[in-house]
Design a protein around this ligand. Sequence first.
Ligand code: HEC
Ligand code: HEC
Length: 352
Amino acid sequence: MRQSSHTYVYCLIGLIALLGLVALALRSHLAIGKAEPTSQTSLQIALGKELFNDAQLSADGSVRCASCHIPDKAYTDGQRVAVGVHGRTGTRNTPSLATVEASGDNTFFWDGRRTALEQAVLDPLTNPVEMGLHNQAELIEKIQANAAYRNAFVQAFPDSKSSITPDKIASALVAYVRSLKSPESAYDRYALQGDHTALSPQAQLGLAIFKGKGRCAECHLLQSSPATLTDHAYHRTGVGLDAVNQNLPALTQSIIDRSLHGAAIGDRVATHADEAQLGRFNVTQDPADIGLFRTPSLRGVASTAPYMHDGSVATLDDAIDREVYYRSLQAGYPLSLSVEERRDLKAFLQAL
Ligand code: HEC
Ligand code: HEC
C-alpha cells in the first residue's frame, strides 16, 4: 500500500515535469516564430549601420554619414556648417539624428523639404557638398560591386527580388536611424518617473522659466512623454536674415526661377548660402515663409553646439541670449531675464 502510493506520487511528479518540458518547448518554438520579424529588422539595422559608416559611398572615398553625424556628438559634427567631399562646405548646421525617432519627426531638414525619412536618408549621398555621388545609379553600382553587401541585402530583404534598389538602401538606413536612441535624460527621469532628485534645484527653477515667463515651451513642447521639445512647426527667429535682407527681391526671384526649372531644393540650398537663409520659402515659395525654420528638438542640446540652422551661434549661452532677445521682439514686450535666470535656464537645458 505504502509502496504503491509512492509510485503514484513519483508518476505524478514525472508527469508534471514532462508537461513543464512540453510547455517550455512550445514557448520557445512560439518565441522563435515571433522573433522572426525582429531579427529581420535587426539585419536591416546592421546593414544600415554598415552603409552609414562606409566612406566608399562618397565621391572621393573620404566622407561617410558618420563623418557629419558623429555618435559621440549626439550625431552632430561640432562644426558651424557641414564639411563634405573635397572639403566642400555646405550652408547648414548638421542636426542631431538621435532626436529623429524620439521626437517623432515627420518632416526633415531645417526647411522641412522632405516629408519621408526614406527620402531624407538618400539625399546626402548625391548632394554635391556632402557625399557627392552623381546619381543613385552610381550608388547602386558601388554597393553591387561589394560581395559582402550583396549577401547582406539578400539576408535583410529575403522576401523580395535579389536586386539592390534605392528603396532597400533607404529602408536599411531608415531602420538604422530609427534605432538610434536618444538617451534617457535627467528631465525624462524627472517627468516620466517622478524622480524629483533628477533635476537640481537650479534646473527646476529653469524649468519654471522655460514653461512660464520664458515661453520656450510654446514651441519646444513638453507635453508628450517623453517630451519632443519641438512643435514640428516653422518659425522666424531672424537668425541669418539680417545678412540677406538688402537682397531679398533678387533672392526670392532666383528661388522661384530655380523651382520652375525643377532643380533639387536640397542641392541648391546646400550650395547657395544666401538662398538657404530664406528657409521654408525655398520649399513653398510663399512670401509668408521667408526666413522660417523648423523648430529643432532640444533633446541633448548641450552636446550639439554650435546652434541654429546656419551654426552661427557658438555656445548654449549665446543661443539662450539669442532666443530671449528674439522672443521678446516677437511677443512685442520685453522679456528680460536676469543673469541668474539665464543660468537656471541653461541648467535646465543641460538636463534635456
Ligand atoms: C557633409 C556632412 C553630412 C553628411 C556626410 C551626411 N549628412 Fe545628414 N545632414 C547634414 C546636414 C548639414 C543636414 C541638414 C541639412 C538641411 O537642413 O538643409 C543633415 C540632415 C540629415 C537628416 C535630417 C534630420 C532632421 O532632423 O531634419 C537626416 C535623416 C540625415 N541627415 C541622414 C544622413 C544620412 C543617412 C547620411 C549618409 C547617407 C548623411 N545624413 C550624411 C550633414 C551631413
Ligand atoms: C516661436 C517658437 C519658439 C520659441 C517661443 C522658442 N524657440 Fe527656440 N527655436 C525655435 C526655432 C524655429 C529655432 C531654430 C531657429 C534657426 O535655426 O534659425 C530654435 C532654436 C533654439 C535653440 C538652438 C537649437 C539647435 O539645435 O540649434 C535653442 C537652444 C533654443 N531654441 C532655446 C530656446 C529657449 C531657451 C527659448 C525660451 C527663451 C526658446 N527657444 C523659445 C523656435 C522657438
